[in-house]
Structure formats: structure tokens, C-alpha cells
Design a protein around this ligand. Structure first.
Ligand SMILES: NC(=O)c1ccc[n+]([C@@H]2O[C@H](COP(=O)([O-])OP(=O)(O)OC[C@H]3O[C@@H](n4cnc5c(N)ncnc54)[C@H](OP(=O)(O)O)[C@@H]3O)[C@@H](O)[C@H]2O)c1
Length: 287
């Protein structure tokens, strides 16, 4: 099957690689065109514009930073012919943004559904993402061959907007977990308790989360290079979650404080490194 993919950043590149590995024809477009070069060397076709990419295939995956990026890619240089084409939006955007995008694309007689993902680069390359679909059962059926490249079984969550909401609910847990773990690790270190003692107790308790184990080496080494997911995008997701929670009348003081921590981290120039760099703000260097 031929699939177009717009947005070959960290995740888009991994997903395009996965499609190529499974033998699909892939058309790629990225604003910064040289980020498509490695994929083209692996056999992907490079499109000169987003319009060209969309019009080349029946189905286009959107894996862009946020909703403004999607709008710029899709509409800034002329409207694509959406007729009989399906846009699968797989980035993390607000429920309201996804609903509006779907309406606009359907006005152009195209089809649209959302399929945000949980998991990162390694999971994308291995086809082990958790794909949450907001749309109709027909979407999952019609595009099963594409969706199953990234996951064992795509999950139909509900209408457009509901999978986007679920994705935000999950991503605020990433922010909360890493913030809480950073505080505990900092306190342990500055109290002179062995980190291994802390981890051993944690591992035996119901409090353990796999992400603690995964992020610990980075925090101990203060090494945030080669990010899977950037501080910039975690802040974006926290802001989207704050807005969605406010609309749902869910109290957000803890998440608002985490937003402050992420903003401070970005103020240190850590926007494009791994989000666990917020450790530098939670546990600043001693005076
Ligand atoms: N990384 C993860 O682990 C992960 C996991 C699940 C979901 N997500 C979500 O997936 C999406 C992509 O994440 P990522 O980590 O791949 O991000 P990324 O590496 O920062 O890539 C962002 C992509 O968006 C494009 N873009 C940004 N602003 C644009 C604009 N104004 N016009 C056109 N294109 C624009 C970038 O193009 P340029 O290269 O030209 O800048 C790039 O292709 C985000 O919504 C993120 O929250 C990420």
C-alpha cells in the first residue's frame, strides 16, 4: 500500500521507517526537507510540498508538532484536494483542535480521523505503539493495514476528540511521574542515602513505575541528549491538558505547577533535549 507521511521529526521518521520495513511505499514531506534524506535513501519518495504528498496517496499520516504546525503544513501554501483522501492525525493535539480540523477536511470532501499514540521512537520502530483511534469503526477497518504497522491492535476509543482527550490524560502522567521522581531522587541524594537503597525499596513497592527505571541513568548522569520526547513537547501537552481539564471543570493546581517547572527548564535552554531534563529545575545545583 502507498502511504504519505507529513512531518519527519523524531516520531515521523521512526514511523516512516517502520512502514518502509514492512514493505509499504511511502511518500514523505517535511518543512525542513533534509530531514527526509535518510528516508529517501531507504526508498521513500520525497514530495516537494505537503499538497503534493497528500495528493500522491489515498491516505496521509500527519505527525507534526502541534495544531498550528498542521494548519501551516496543510493550508499555508494552497489547499490540497482532499476528495476521496483520508488524513490520519497521529500527533498530540487538543480534542477541540482535532474536531475543527476534521470539520475543515470534511468540508473539502475528504475524510479525517485521529489516532494519537502512546510510546516513543523504539516502540514506533518495533510496531509496539498504543494507537488510540477517535473516529468511526469504519476508519479502523478501512485503514487497518496502515494502523497495524504501528501496534498490535488499534483501540477505537470513541468519536473524534475522545482519543485526543485520552492521550492528554495519559501524557499528563508522564509530566507528573517525572516531576515526582525527580523530587524523590533529589531528596535522597541530598540526604546522603544511597540511590540503590532508594531504588531497591521503590522496586519492591506498589509505587514503582517502569519509567523511573528508564529515566534514572539520565538523571544520575545529567545526560539529556538524544531525546525520545522533548521538553518542548511535554510543555505543549501539559498546556493542552490544562485547557482541556479547565473546560471539564477538573482542578489543575498540581499540573499548573509542573507547567512552571517545564517553563523554567526551557528557560535554561533545555527545550530540545529529553524532557527528563526538568530534573535540573527540581533539583538545581547547590549554591
Ligand atoms: N517523540 C515522542 O516520543 C512522541 C510520542 C507520542 C506522540 N508524540 C507527538 O507527536 C508529534 C511529533 O512529535 P516529535 O517528537 O516527532 O516532534 P519533532 O521531532 O519536534 O517533530 C515535529 C515535526 O513538526 C514539524 N513542524 C513543526 N512546526 C511546523 C510548522 N510550523 N510547519 C510545518 N511543520 C512544522 C517539524 O518540521 P521541521 O523538521 O521543519 O521543524 C517536524 O517534522 C507531537 O505532537 C508529539 O507531541 C511524540
Amino acid at each position: 500500500m502507498q502511504v504519505s507521511l507529513i512531518g519527519t521529526g523524531l516520531m515521523g521518521t521512526a514511523m516512516a521507517e517502520r512502514l518502509l520495513t514492512l514493505g509499504h511505499d511511502v511518500v514523505v514531506y517535511n518543512r525542513t526537507q533534509d530531514k527526509c534524506a535518510a528516508l529517501q535513501q531507504r526508498g521513500a519518495l520525497g514530495a516537494g510540498s505537503a499538497v503534493e504528498a497528500i495528493e500522491a496517496s489515498k491516505c496521509t499520516i500527519l505527525m507534526l508538532a502541534d495544531a498550528p504546525a498542521i494548519r501551516e503544513a496543510l493550508f499555508a501554501s494552497g489547499k490540497p484536494d482532499f476528495q476521496n483522501r483520508t488524513m490520519i492525525q497521529m500527533g498530540t493535539i487538543a480534542p477541540s483542535e482535532s474536531i475543527a480540523l476534521g470539520q475543515e477536511i470534511r468540508m473539502g470532501i475528504g475524510d479525517y480521523f485521529e489516532a494519537p499514540v502512546l510510546g516513543s521512537i523504539a516502540e514506533a520502530k518495533a510496531g509496539r505503539l498504543l494507537v488510540m483511534v477517535g473516529g468511526k469503526a469504519e476508519h479502523v477497518e478501512r485503514w487497518h493495514e496502515v494502523l497495524k504497522c504501528f501496534c498490535e491492535k488499534p483501540l477505537l476509543v470513541g468519536e473524534i476528540g475522545q482519543a485526543a482527550a485520552l492521550k492528554l490524560a495519559l501524557n499528563q502522567l508522564i509530566a507528573a511521574h517525572i516531576t515526582a521522581f525527580s523530587l524523590s531522587l533529589g531528596l535522597v541524594q541530598r540526604s546522603g542515602v544511597e540511590v540503590e537503597t532508594f531504588m531497591n525499596v521503590l522496586r519492591q513497592s506498589a509505587l514503582m513505575a517502569p519509567m523511573f527505571e528508564k529515566k534514572l541513568p539520565r538523571l544520575l548522569a545529567h545526560d539529556y541528549a538524544r531525546p525520545n520526547f522533548s521538553t518542548r513537547h511535554l510543555l505543549k501537552d501539559v498546556e493542552l491538558c490544562l485547557n482541556a481539564s479547565r473546560d471539564a471543570n477538573v482542578a489543575t493546581p498540581v499540573l499548573a505547577a509542573i507547567r512552571g517547572i517545564l517553563e523554567e527548564t526551557i528557560g535554561k535552554g533545555l527545550q530540545d533535549v529529553d524532557y527528563s531534563s526538568l530534573f535540573e529545575t527540581v533539583v538545581p545545583e547547590k549554591l
